[in-house]
Write a protein that binds this ligand. Structure first.
Ligand code: FES
Ligand code: FES
Length: 152
């Protein structure tokens, strides 16, 4: 696969999911929550689309692009989102944050709306056990509005 822009080869056990393979590759932003596709803490981009890596067979990544938060640290949009998240104090324990930020990043990068209801929809696959949704939504709305030239 191409992992964060670089060719990556690895051996996988039959039936291994992408989440475990990525963590073995030291992509520690990819968190294990439920392992049933319900919480979104394992969200990564597969060919640019957010997926729950715990329910994606690792073999599915063969020949595809996988992006984790580690691969977006220098991305201008992710940097804006991170700065806003910090400014809004939008992180509590932080366990859900990488997956949540990947989902918001994908939404904003695709030109998604800054409207709160739409942003909430974009986050339906990401559960925060600390129940901290309001501030990440505010951070995302600010970044999305900026990217859309001041319109929501
Ligand atoms: S660990 Fe993948 S969705 Fe919860
Ligand atoms: S900040 Fe703790 S789970 Fe979301």
């Amino acid at each position: 696969m191409e992992l964060n822009g670089r060719p990556q080869t690895c051996e996988i056990a039959p039936g291994a999911n992408l989440l475990h393979v990525l963590r073995e590759l030291r992509q520690f932003s990819v968190k294990l929550g439920c392992e049933t596709g319900d919480c979104g803490s394992c969200t990564v981009l597969l060919d640019g689309e957010p997926v729950n890596s715990c329910v994606v067979a690792a073999a599915r990544a063969h020949g595809h692009q996988v992006t984790t938060l580690e691969g977006l640290l220098d991305d201008p949009l992710m940097k804006d989102l991170q700065a806003r998240m910090v400014a809004e104090a939008a992180i509590q324990c932080g366990y859900c944050s990488p997956g949540l930020m990947i989902s918001l990043y994908a939404h904003i990068k695709a030109g998604g709306s800054a409207d709160e209801a739409v942003l909430r929809e974009a986050l339906t696959g990401n559960l925060c056990r600390c129940t901290g949704y309001v501030k990440p939504l505010a951070a995302a709305a600010a970044v999305a509005t900026e990217r859309r030239g001041g319109t929501s």
